[in-house]
Design a protein around this ligand. Sequence first.
Ligand code: NAI
Ligand code: MG
Length: 321
Amino acid sequence: MTAIAVVAGDGIGQEVVPVAQEVLALLHPEYEFYPVEIGYGKWKKTRTACTPDDITLLRGADAILFGAVTTPPAADYRSVVLQIRKELDLYANLRPVRGEGVDIMVVRENTEGLYSGIEWQEEDRASTLRVITRKGSERIARTACRIARERRNLLTIGNKANVIKSDAFFRDICIRTAEEEGVPYTTAFIDALTLDVLMHPGRYDVIVTTNIFGDILSDAAAYLVGGLGLLPSANIGDSHALFEPVHGSAPDIAGQGIANPVAAIRSAAMLLAHLGDTRGAALIDNALRLTAAKGITTPDTGGTASTREVGDAVCTAIRRL
Ligand code: NAI
Ligand code: MG
């Protein structure tokens, strides 16, 4: 029995995740889905956004389908996404950016760097410790090399080693790993790289980088392929895997039924591929293509359809394929 933990979360997570779950259930009626309530909404009710029991429920799943959670800008509120990534050791954040003339996989280190959570505040100073470990760098570099080999076998190591010592450490470990693995690589400074990805996306295959750089680079690259409403991601560890849209809870459009469910549906496709059903994943991709070709899209991508209508069209296309 395959068990899928479903965390809709906050804001538009509540709207796009049920659609993605429906697509999964259509292809795999035998899957068992169980909801796990996590997020700011839960915090408002109970003062806890994610309990140890919630983490246990997530650990019990074969895969986790995740929406988005709101992180309020309060000093004492810790991001739940960061907590989950750490607790389940989901060290590889895979963010494919695919579209017309663009096929890039951003492989972002997901557990340390500037998001290590080691922070403190004094009267006139706030500090965040950026920690890069050998173990953390090696395992993300290996993951990136493995993915590069399955794709066009070109690795770009995004870094800021010219200024930040911890990035020189990261870059050098990635270089050594790529050499060991026999994967051709180049290195590039992340600022210039971000511009070049936007100008010449065809030059890039797999880009491996540290936590915050990967976060920013993938959001920026979304510009190439129609925006945040389309980008899926996978958070992979050695024992657990979580699939979620790159976007957040989008409070500005939440509750209107117009959120683009494509990022969440594509995340569901990544979940299927991870569980070994590459045929199902390809079916979803085809159904998404057919739906977009018919002009059934939400307002963020120029259409007039609702979240539901896009979801229904994708399910109809899958039934016909
Ligand atoms: P966001 O991704 O939620 O929204 C940015 C912009 O993109 C907004 O204008 C939004 O309407 C639009 N957008 C995003 N997804 C869309 C979709 N599926 N369809 C149509 N339009 C879409 O990022 P923002 O505004 O910076 O953050 C909002 C909240 O989400 C914050 O509390 C933040 O902490 C949280 N967040 C959570 C993440 C997660 O759970 N993994 C990731 C990023 C942000
Ligand atoms: Mg982000």
